[in-house]
Design a protein around this ligand. Structure first.
Ligand code: PGA
Length: 264
C-alpha cells in the first residue's frame, strides 16, 4: 500500500485531485467511485476549479457513489444525492445520466435497489478509481465493523458512533436515518485503484488499524490491505498514530529523488 503523508488538508485535496485528473487523462470515459462526508469537500472544490480552468472534463465520466441513506428521496437535503449535486455535480460538466447512487426512498425496495446498483456497476465495466473516506470506527462506505470482507451492495444498520459522527450534518430535531445502503467491501475491493483520504486526529486510531493493524472485519478499512492498488493520502494529524510513519516519509522522499533523477 502506498501511504502519502502531507502537512495540510489542502495538500490531501490537491494530491487526490491529481490522481482523479491522471485517471481521466488516461481514459476520458473513466468510471469513478465517489464518497460523501466532510473530508471530500476540499477535493470537490479543487475538481470544480480544475474544470473551470479546463484542465479536466467530466463530460464522458461515469460515477458511482459509495452509499446512501435508506428512506431519503434524492431531493432531501440530507441525502447523499443532494450532497453530490450541491458539492460536485452541479459545479462540473458531468452528464447526470451517468451518475449513480443507491437511492432508495421507499425501504420496500432495498433488495431491488442493491441488485440494480451492482448490475449498473457491472454494466459500466467496473470502477477504475474509487475515492474513500474512513469513519472514526474504521468504516468505509457504510461498511461498519464486523461487515463481511467479501460483501456486495446491501443494507447496513449504522452504528451509534456513525450516527453520532454524522449528527453534525443534521439540524436539531431533524430525523436521522439509521439504515444505509452501501457498496460492499467486496465491491470496493473490485475497483482497479482505491484512494482513501483522511485528515485530523479523530481518524488517527482508525488509520493505524487500517494500515498497520491485522486484517479484520472489526476495522473494515483494513480490507484495503487486500487491494492490489490502494493509496492512503492523509495529513500529519491523521498519521499521528502510525508506527511506521518515518518509513512512509522515507519512501516518499526516495520516490521524489527517483523522479527528479529521471527528469534530469
Ligand atoms: P467524514 O466521514 O469525511 O465526514 O469524516 C468519513 C466517513 O465516514 O467515511
Amino acid at each position: 500500500m502506498e501511504v502519502i503523508i502531507v502537512a495540510r488538508e489542502e495538500d490531501v485535496a490537491k494530491i487526490a485531485a491529481d490522481r482523479v485528473q491522471q485517471q481521466i487523462h488516461q481514459k476520458r470515459d473513466s468510471v469513478l467511485g465517489l464518497a460523501t462526508g466532510g473530508t471530500p469537500l476540499r477535493l470537490y472544490d479543487e475538481l470544480e476549479s480544475r474544470v473551470q480552468k479546463k484542465s479536466i472534463s467530466f463530460a464522458a465520466v461515469t460515477t458511482f457513489n459509495l452509499d446512501e441513506y435508506v428512506g431519503l428521496p434524492p431531493d432531501h437535503r440530507q441525502s447523499y444525492a443532494y450532497y453530490m449535486d450541491k458539492h460536485l455535480f452541479s459545479r462540473i460538466d458531468i452528464d447526470r445520466e451517468k451518475t449513480f447512487l443507491p437511492s432508495c426512498p421507499d425501504r420496500k425496495y432495498v433488495t431491488r435497489t442493491c441488485e440494480d446498483f451492482e448490475q449498473a456497476l457491472r454494466a459500466s465495466g467496473g470502477i477504475e478509481l474509487q475515492i474513500l473516506g474512513i469513519g472514526t470506527n474504521g468504516h468505509i462506505g457504510f461498511n461498519e465493523p464486523t461487515s463481511s470482507l467479501r460483501s456486495s451492495t446491501r443494507v447496513k444498520t449504522l452504528t451509534k458512533q456513525t450516527v453520532r459522527d454524522n449528527s453534525r450534518f443534521f439540524r436539531s430535531g431533524e430525523e436521522q436515518p439509521s439504515l444505509g445502503i452501501t457498496m460492499g467491501i467486496g465491491t470496493i475491493l473490485k475497483s482497479k485503484r482505491a484512494l482513501l483520504i483522511a485528515t485530523g486526529n479523530g481518524k488517527a486510531t482508525a488509520l493505524a488499524q487500517a494500515i498497520e493493524g491485522p486484517l479484520s472485519a472489526m476495522c473494515p478499512a483494513s480490507a484495503l490491505q487486500l487491494h492490489p492498488n490502494a493509496t492512503f493520502v492523509i495529513d500529519i494529524d491523521a498519521a499521528s498514530r502510525l508506527s511506521q510513519r518515518a518509513y512512509y516519509l522515507w519512501v516518499m522522499a526516495s520516490k521524489d529523488r527517483l523522479e527528479r533523477s529521471a527528469e534530469g
